[in-house]
Design a protein. Structure first.
Length: 122
C-alpha cells in the first residue's frame, strides 16, 4: 500500500487590495445654450421644391453641437419631420449657422442646443 500523501496547507498570503479606480473624467459640457436668432434669419433653410409642390409641411427638431466660438460642430436630427427632404434641408442650413456660445462663469464653453425648424407654406 502506498504511503498517504500529505499536502501542507500553506498559510493564507496577504494579497494587497487593488488600488482604487481613478475618478471618472468629467462629462463633456452638454449645456443647452440659447440660439442667436439672427443666425437663423441669415441662413434660413431652403424649402425643398419637391416638398413645396407636394404641399408637405413639417417640423424638424435638431440638436446642434456648438464650440466655444459659436461654430457648428455637428447637427443631429432629434425628431424627424417624417420627410427626408425637409430633414436634409434643415441639417444643411444649420451647418452654416453661427451661435452665441454658452457661458459658464463668464467663460465661453462648448454646448448643445435644440432647435425646431418649421417648414410652413404660409
Amino acid at each position: 500500500e502506498a504511503p498517504p500523501i500529505v499536502v501542507d496547507d500553506p498559510s493564507p498570503v496577504d494579497v494587497p487590495a487593488p488600488p482604487p479606480a481613478p475618478p471618472s473624467p468629467p462629462a463633456p459640457t452638454t449645456t443647452l445654450g440659447s440660439v442667436d436668432p439672427s443666425s437663423r434669419a441669415q441662413n434660413p433653410p431652403r424649402y425643398p421644391p419637391s416638398a413645396l409642390r407636394a404641399g408637405i409641411e413639417g417640423t424638424v427638431i435638431l440638436v446642434i453641437s456648438i464650440d466655444a466660438q459659436g461654430n457648428v460642430l455637428d447637427v443631429e436630427v432629434e425628431r424627424s419631420s417624417r420627410n427626408r427632404d425637409l430633414d436634409r434641408a434643415a441639417v444643411q442650413a444649420a451647418r452654416k449657422w453661427r451661435f452665441n456660445p454658452a457661458t459658464e462663469n463668464g467663460v465661453a464653453v462648448a454646448s448643445r442646443v435644440r432647435v425646431p425648424v418649421d417648414f410652413n407654406m404660409n
